[in-house]
Design a protein around this ligand. Structure first.
Ligand code: NAD
Ligand code: AKB
Length: 317
C-alpha cells in the first residue's frame, strides 16, 4: 500500500479526508499534517499527525522521505476572504507552498492532488453553465493563486511526468469542522444559526447564486479522481465539479421546511459580495462525469436534512 500524506489536514476538508482515507487504506498508511499542532478539539483520530509548514521545502522533503510517502493530498491554503485580507501570505502559502510540494513530488515520485476552486474564474467568465475550458481572469489573490496552481500542476505533469490531479471545488458544506474563511462560508454558518437561534444574518445578497457541494461528495470526488485510470484524464488538474447551485433565499427556504419559524435577514459584506459576484452561478461538470464518472449524491434537500440532524446532535445533544 502506498503511503499518503495530507497537508492542511486540520482544516474543513482535510479533517474529513483524513478519516475517510484512514478507513479506506488503514490508519498506518495515512500521515496527517498541518502548520499548527493537533488539539483535542480536532476531529481527526488514529493516524500519525505531524507539524508541517508547506512554505518550508526541507520540512516537506524530510517527512516524505521518513514515511516513504507516494501520494500527497495538498490541502494547505488560505481561502478567498482571508487571502484578500492577507494577499502576501496567501501568495506564499498557496503558490510557494504548492511549488515546494511539486518539487518534492518530482524528487520522490509522489502523485499529488491539489484542489482548485470556483475562485479560479472571474467577472469575464460566462457565469451560467461555466464551461470546463473558458476565460479565467480572476480579480482576487485567491483566484490568481488558483489559476497559477492549475497551470503549475499541468506543467509538472507535462515537463516532469508528476501524476498531478485536481478539482475545481465549489463551496463545501459540512458540520464537523468549521470553514476556514471563504466567501461560501455563509452556507455553513446558516445551519449552525438555524439550530442555535432560528435566525441568520447573511453577508451575501439574496439572488447571489453559487455552486455548492456537501462534504461526503467532496471527499468522494477527491478519492475517485486519485483512483481513476490516468489514461482517461484529459483535464487532469482542474475538473469542474458541482452538486447544486442556490442563492441564500433558496437555502433559507430549504431550512424552513424543517424549522418553519427560521428567519433570514441581510447585512452585506461588500468584499465577499464582490468576490461572489465574480464567480460562476453554476458550472458545467460534464468533463468530470465523462472522464472519471463523477456523480454527486446530495442535492439541497438531502443535504439540509443531514446537516440539521447532525448539527442538532452536535449542538443540542
Ligand atoms: P481550511 O482553511 O479549512 O484549511 C486549510 C488548512 O491549511 C488549515 O488547517 C491551516 O492551518 C492549514 N495551513 C495554513 N497555512 C499552512 C502552511 N503554511 N502549511 C501547512 N498548513 C497550512 O481550508 P479547506 O476548506 O479545508 O480547503 C482545502 C483546500 O480546498 C484549499 O486548497 C482550498 O482552496 C480548497 N477549496 C476549498 C473549498 C471549501 O469550500 N472548503 C472550496 C474550493 C476549494
Ligand atoms: C471560498 O469561499 O473561498 C471557498 C472556495 C469556494 O474556494 N469556499
Amino acid at each position: 500500500m502506498n503511503k499518503v500524506l495530507i497537508t492542511g489536514s486540520l482544516g474543513q476538508i482535510g479533517s474529513e479526508l483524513a478519516n475517510a482515507l484512514s478507513e479506506r487504506y488503514g490508519v498506518d498508511n495515512v500521515i496527517v499534517s498541518d502548520v499548527r499542532a493537533k488539539t483535542c478539539d480536532d476531529q481527526i483520530s488514529g493516524c500519525e499527525c505531524a507539524v508541517l509548514d508547506v512554505t518550508d521545502p526541507a520540512q516537506i522533503a524530510s517527512l516524505v522521505k521518513k514515511h516513504n510517502i507516494k501520494i500527497i493530498y495538498h490541502l494547505a491554503a488560505l481561502l478567498s476572504a482571508v487571502a484578500e485580507a492577507k494577499p502576501q501570505t496567501a501568495w506564499n502559502v498557496n503558490i510557494n507552498g504548492l511549488y515546494n510540494i511539486l518539487e518534492v513530488a518530482r524528487e520522490f515520485g509522489c502523485a499529488v492532488f491539489t484542489p482548485s476552486s470556483i475562485g479560479a474564474f472571474g467577472l469575464s467568465t460566462p457565469h451560467d453553465k461555466t464551461p470546463q475550458e473558458t476565460i479565467q481572469r480572476p480579480n482576487t489573490m485567491y483566484g490568481v493563486t488558483k489559476v497559477a496552481g492549475e497551470l503549475l500542476c499541468d506543467y509538472y505533469h507535462k515537463r516532469f511526468g508528476v501524476d498531478t490531479r485536481g478539482l475545481r471545488y465549489p463551496g463545501i458544506i459540512s458540520y464537523k469542522t468549521l470553514p476556514g474563511g471563504g466567501t461560501t462560508d455563509y452556507a455553513v454558518e446558516i445551519y449552525y444559526e438555524a439550530i442555535k437561534s432560528k435566525k441568520y444574518t447573511c453577508f451575501l445578497k439574496p439572488g447571489t447564486y453559487l455552486d455548492m457541494m456537501y462534504m461526503p461528495d467532496a471527499i468522494k470526488a477527491a478519492i475517485n479522481l486519485m483512483e481513476a485510470d490516468q489514461k482517461k484524464l484529459i483535464h487532469r488538474n482542474a475538473f469542474n465539479v458541482t452538486a447544486m447551485s442556490f442563492e441564500p433565499d433558496m437555502l433559507a427556504a430549504s431550512i424552513r421546511k424543517k424549522i418553519p419559524d427560521f428567519r433570514i435577514d441581510y447585512k452585506i459584506d461588500p468584499v465577499r459580495q464582490g468576490i461572489a459576484e465574480s464567480w460562476p452561478n453554476s458550472m458545467d461538470d460534464s468533463a468530470a462525469r465523462e472522464e472519471w464518472g463523477w456523480q454527486p449524491e446530495y442535492d439541497l434537500e438531502k443535504m439540509t436534512e443531514d446537516m440539521l440532524t447532525h448539527l442538532r446532535e452536535k449542538l443540542v445533544g
